[in-house]
Design a protein around this ligand. Structure first.
Ligand code: SF4
Length: 432
């Protein structure tokens, strides 16, 4: 079976390329730990953010045994463990492999896949992305060529509702009419194709990207020089036709805003319940994690939340109360909704401030726009679309209103927490 799977649509370019690209890509992984100020850091890729209860339990064990006991959710629905001992790599890898979280060591950093977290639950999408997710992961892990992708290259599987399509992935497969649509980078039009061909088309497109990237050093589609992104889309269509996949262009602009899951019960009928839960600053302690993982299957969202599925109907209300009591967001109106921050001090040496503490201190009435606090100009994990950017600078905290690629109206506040909180609240506006 494995031999058959390795005949993937990706074809090799040259033997040295994988090494050359991977040597410059310092993206952390489960096997490549990153040294941070609070110890080593591991980033564990979780395609679609989907964790079985057992996998979630084992991840909690890993955080407790090797790390600081916390699980940090990322903007791609992955998990970071922090505060790891520098020599824990082999034991951590063994634990993850035993839990099925490391199906291929060679591919662990390229399994970057976000998927609509409410797909198949609330009836709002066109396609259930579950089968796409399983097939894409299988094809990725069976492909030698896929190991050449950088740890930053992102696949998105959108069930048609436009949530993860808004996240700026390199390749996006979208539920569309009675089939699927493929977006290459931010291109519009997208290309219609049969639903069942979607995952294979993503692999063809990833191979085309690697060829286009060549020696340019591009890690992502948006890094390609000039109008190479448009040329790439044309080349993908040509290769798909060559592979016998029928395509036709369709107009579908990339959504400016993601429609994120609203905290609370997910309405969809059926004999089981699902709950959407917000996680303040994306950080879960062990007790919170265990509460969530014991309730059902977890889907970690790219907005640092969790959708728990398979909850017995009779247990849903008690679970909601327990989660709220544990400090998680289980309904609309929470002051924490839309508040995000990078790790900041003391975990990151680049940070000029303890932005998580500052974000917490500034939490007030619920704001209309999301806000993201960064300890430096890199803005790791910032949101997309329209948001309020708060960056620690040597001159104080700079607050800007970001819309797409543009930022405007910067205000800088220095050494005055009350003034800072007031300025952030004013920038976010009121209402939902
Ligand atoms: S944004 Fe800057 S301070 Fe924050 S985690 Fe990234 S590098 Fe560190």
């Amino acid at each position: 079976m494995l031999a058959a799977m390795s005949a993937s649509p990706l074809t090799p370019r040259s033997p040295g390329d994988a090494c050359a690209r991977s040597s410059g890509d310092a993206c952390p992984g489960a096997l490549r730990l990153h040294r941070a100020d609070d110890g080593a850091l591991a980033r564990i890729r979780i395609p679609g953010g989907v964790l079985t209860p057992r996998q979630a339990r084992e991840l909690g064990n890993a955080a407790e045994r090797f790390g600081d006991g916390e699980l940090h959710l990322t903007s791609r629905g992955n998990v970071q463990l922090r505060g790891l001992a520098p020599d824990c790599g082999a034991d951590l890898a063994g634990l993850l492999e035993g839990a099925g979280l490391l199906p291929s060591q060679r591919h662990e950093r390229v399994r970057n896949v976000v998927a609509s977290p409410l797909s198949g639950l609330d009836g709002a999408g066109i396609t259930d992305v579950g089968p796409w997710l399983a097939e894409l992961d299988r094809l990725l892990c069976a492909s030698d060529r896929a190991t050449e992708l950088s740890g930053r290259f992102l696949f998105a599987l959108d069930d048609g509702r436009g949530d993860v399509d808004a996240l700026g992935a390199d390749l996006t497969l979208i539920g569309h009419d009675a089939g699927a649509a493929l977006r290459v980078g931010s291109t519009d039009p997208v290309f219609r194709l049969p639903c069942a061909e979607g995952p294979r088309a993503l692999l063809v497109a990833a191979g085309s990207f690697l060829d286009a990237a060549g020696e340019t050093g591009a890690w992502r589609v948006e890094d390609l020089p000039g109008d190479a992104g448009t040329a790439l889309a044309d080349e993908v269509v040509r290769r798909l036709r060559q592979a016998g996949v029928t395509t036709s262009p369709a107009h579908r602009p990339r959504p400016l805003e993601a429609r994120t899951p609203v905290p609370g019960p997910v309405r969809g009928g059926g004999r089981e319940a699902a709950l959407s839960v917000g996680v303040p600053l994306g950080r879960l302690d062990l007790a919170q994690w265990q509460l969530l993982s014991s309730a059902g299957e977890m889907r970690l969202t790219p907005w640092r939340g969790v959708v728990v599925t398979g909850v017995a109907l009779h247990a849903a209300e008690a679970l909601t109360s327990a989660l709220a009591e544990a400090g998680l967001i289980t309904g609309s109106g929470s002051a924490w909704a839309g508040v995000g921050a990078c790790v900041g001090r003391p975990g990151c040496a680049k940070s000029l401030a303890d932005v998580r503490a500052q974000a917490g201190a500034a939490v007030g009435p619920r704001g209309r726009l999301p806000v993201y606090w960064s300890g430096c100009e890199r803005r790791c994990g910032h949101p997309h679309g329209e948001w309020i950017d708060v960056v620690a600078t040597p001159d104080g905290h700079r607050i800007s209103h970001v819309r797409g690629d543009r930022a405007g109206g910067p205000v800088t506040v220095r050494d005055d927490p009350a003034a800072l909180a007031a300025a952030v609240a004013a920038a976010r506006g009121t209402g939902s």
